[in-house]
Design a protein around this ligand. Structure first.
Ligand code: NAI
Length: 397
């Protein structure tokens, strides 16, 4: 079967497994170039390990100088009558495959990170694979829904401004267009539900579960990822529903510090750069900023993808307290927020319209990154060659 990209709005409905392998190999090569540094983790649980920042964290720590043993949790689907499966499914498979070839230990747990069953499966995996304890927990889930354990109903996040409505543009990869959107202000219920889904409550409950089951090593650390962004994205992000959820996540760090005090553990927030991921292209109003940012950061030689960010986090910033801001957050959005970068981004945004965005900004680059997330757009993959579906069915994460 020949697999073509199928895009609906900003959602990929197909992926190319051979291209997913090319994406993993590319990230592994980057991780292998890093220099070692003291105090790297050895046994790591990654929640949200199959794509974006979680995947890059896992690759950085497995294949970089840490050579850590990793357990990756994700929610992905394999090949079925309905389709080829998700890119994250194949990412899990090829990470594990590459690790095994390199003599490294990894395992994948595909299931709902919010369920009790997944927690028990993780606990078992820590006992058998990691000698009973992990020394780092990466929390990198991005989702729109979280089940309420008491009622069985779902909290659903809303990506909206708070206080007043906002006008902006959103990208559509299917029609290659930039479309005007008006985002109405969130209700109190929408704000509360978004904080439930993307705030710190689930991070804290995972750490509580691991601590209660004695699965955390002395000095264990944990990190969750956040975004703040420049002033002109604040209405839609930092001061909107997602930003309030992130503020809650930041505060949760202190609760986790208290929880881990007995084992001298520590919780961190790493504030990352804006990047094209499965989750971020979904944020209405943010994509024009991404288009402009890509153009400016590439021109200045400052552009990074998820793996560059995570390699910089773990191999340059991780153990250096000078790399924290006055709130104690680790900043790997430092290059994005440089004044010269933001001045040029603002100038582009002031001129950008649905008619000129392809010329004014890096639409081609953003689209290409989106395709690459799903295994398309690699020059060394022959996309005209048929993919062996029967062989794909034999692969397990
Ligand atoms: P992503 O969509 O690429 O990855 C999300 C991961 O969560 C996937 O592995 C997915 O399988 C997993 N997941 C989702 N629901 C799950 C569930 N119920 N059970 C188990 N696994 C589940 O997202 P991305 O962009 O890497 O986001 C990760 C974190 O980084 C988020 O907290 C996000 O806010 C943050 N971040 C993202 C930025 C960006 O520009 N993409 C910038 C700064 C922070």
């Amino acid at each position: 079967m020949i697999i073509q990209p199928q895009i609906q709005g900003v959602v990929a409905r197909s992926c190319h497994p051979i291209g997913c392998k090319a994406a993993i190999d590319e990230q592994i090569r980057h991780a292998q170039l890093q220099q070692t540094t003291p105090g790297l983790p050895k046994n790591v649980l990654v929640l949200g390990a199959s794509s974006g920042f979680g995947l890059a964290s896992r690759i950085a720590l497995t294949f970089g100088p840490a050579n850590a043993s990793t357990i990756g949790v994700s929610f992905e689907r394999g090949i079925s009558d309905k389709g080829i499966g998700s890119a994250g499914w194949y990412n899990n498979i090829y990470v594990k495959d590459a690790a095994e070839k390199a003599g490294l230990i990894t395992s994948n747990i595909v299931g709902d990170a919010f369920s009790e069953q997944t927690r028990q499966t993780v606990a078992d995996a820590i006992r058998t694979q990691c000698g009973g304890k992990v020394d780092l927990v990466v929390y990198s889930l991005a989702t729109g829904v979280r089940p309420n354990p008491e009622t069985g109903e779902f909290w659903r996040s809303s990506i909206k401004p708070v206080g007043e409505s906002v006008e902006g543009y959103s990208i559509n990869f299917e029609s290659n267009s930039l479309n005007q959107v008006t985002l109405s202000a969130a209700s109190d219920q929408e704000i509360n539900d978004t904080v439930k889904v993307m705030g710190g409550e689930d991070w804290l409950s995972w750490m509580q579960f691991l601590q209660d089951n004695a699965l955390l090593a002395e000095g264990c650390r944990t990190v969750a990822y956040s975004y703040i962004g420049p002033e002109h994205t604040h209405a839609i992000y930092h001061k909107g529903t997602l930003g309030l959820a992130k503020t809650h996540l930041h505060q949760t760090r202190h609760d986790i510090d208290a929880l881990l005090s007995g084992i001298h553990g520590k919780a961190d927030i790493a504030v990352c750069k804006a990047l094209v991921t499965k989750a971020s292209v979904f944020i209405p109003g943010l994509t024009p900023y991404l288009l402009a940012l890509y153009r400016v950061m590439k021109a200045k030689g400052l552009q990074e993808g998820c793996i560059e960010q995570m390699d910089r986090l773990f191999y340059q910033k991780w153990n250096d307290d000078n790399n924290r801001d006055n709130e104690g957050l680790i900043r790997i959005d430092d290059w994005e927020l440089q004044q010269d970068v933001q001045d040029e981004v603002s100038a582009i945004l002031a001129e950008m319209t649905p008619e000129n965005f392809e010329q004014m900004a890096d639409y081609k680059g953003v689209l290409n990154d989106f395709l690459k997330l799903n295994g398309f757009g690699y020059s060394d993959v022959d996309y005209q060659a048929p993919v062996d579906i029967e062989q794909l069915k034999t692969l397990v994460p």
